[in-house]
Design a protein around this ligand. Structure first.
Ligand code: ATR
Length: 277
């Protein structure tokens, strides 16, 4: 029997147990996925060493431990190293190996909804934000063959730190300057927390004077499912891509790392949407 879990704080309302239990059902694997809430007060080192004794086959890590876990790992995969954060650990014969499945999960979700985008020779993306999520998505878009990846962020220096690491053509811009330029990209990806519940009336940018075309506007926030930015994009006639699908595909990749099996995703998007609504 497989044993998986999640560490973080607070995590009582996490959707990961539902997602992974559904994967186990779909792949006919007997196992459990438990949440292990670790209170940030007190010694993380003591708590993580006690958790190690549980000998799980694999676990996910969420806020606030995605960086703190790194010194306790035996190996860190190159993507997680570049991002500087780990969200998935595999226990390989007692050794903890760290991965980050966010960027690849995001690209998988985009590809599943918009496969034609990935056959275009010239692919242009704009990322809004320059935090950990943006870093992972940037790396995965480059690996997926995107030819231009621009970043717009409040703090210019943080965006420059990302583009320095990679070879792809990139420009760093202030947020205001991209408000009228959405239609110049194949996909625009919102990666900040601006617009997340309970501040769902906020948006990182106001879309202005753009022509409707086949640009995809994507938000990685999944609560609410349709963010203020996505509602604006819908009014302009752009195609939409929802954050809860990234949540599903980053979990799919984690499950694959643990078990070697890629779970089928049919209807999961609609089922998760029902849970979130
Ligand atoms: P994560 O790891 O989830 O990506 P993070 O590392 O805290 O989160 O990154 C948050 C991103 O959201 C950053 O790009 C941050 O902008 P700065 O680099 O200028 O800090 C952006 N962000 C958060 N709140 C914001 C706000 N109110 N306005 C503009 N950008 C904001």
């Amino acid at each position: 029997m497989y044993r998986f879990g999640l560490i973080g704080y607070p995590i009582a309302h996490s959707l990961s147990p539902w997602i992974h239990k559904e994967f186990m059902k779909r792949t006919h694997i007997d196992g459990e996925y438990e949440i292990y809430e670790i209170n940030p007060e007190g010694s993380f080192s003591e708590k993580i060493n006690a958790f190690r004794q549980k000998e799980l086959h694999g676990f996910n890590i969420t806020v606030p431990y995605k960086q703190k876990i790194i010194p306790f790992l035996d190996e860190v995969d190159h993507t997680a190293k570049a991002i500087g954060a780990v969200n998935t650990v595999r226990n390989k014969n007692g050794k903890w190996i760290g991965y980050n499945t966010d960027g690849i999960g995001y690209v998988r979700s985009l590809k599943s909804k918009y496969p034609r985008l990935f056959s275009k020779a010239d692919r242009r993306a704009l990322i809004l934000g320059a935090g950990g999520a943006a870093r992972g998505i940037y790396a995965a878009l480059q690996d997926a063959g995107f030819t231009t990846i621009d970043i717009a962020n409040r703090t210019k220096e943080k965006a420059l730190d990302i583009i320095r690491l990679y070879q792809v053509q990139s420009q760093v811009m202030p947020l205001e300057s991209v408000e009228k330029q959405i239609d110049q990209y194949d996909v625009v990806i919102q990666t900040t927390s601006v617009g997340m519940k309970p501040y769902a009336d906020k948006s990182i940018i106001e879309i202005k004077n753009t022509k409707p075309n086949d640009t995809i506007v994507s938000d990685i926030i999944y609560q609410p499912i349709e963010t203020n930015l996505l509602t604006q994009a819908k009014c302009y006639g752009f195609s939409l891509h929802f954050g809860h699908t990234m949540l599903l595909y980053q979990a799919q990749y984690a499950y694959e790392i643990w078990t070697g099996i890629k779970p089928p995703m049919e209807r999961m998007d609609q089922e998760l949407q029902l849970i979130l609504e």
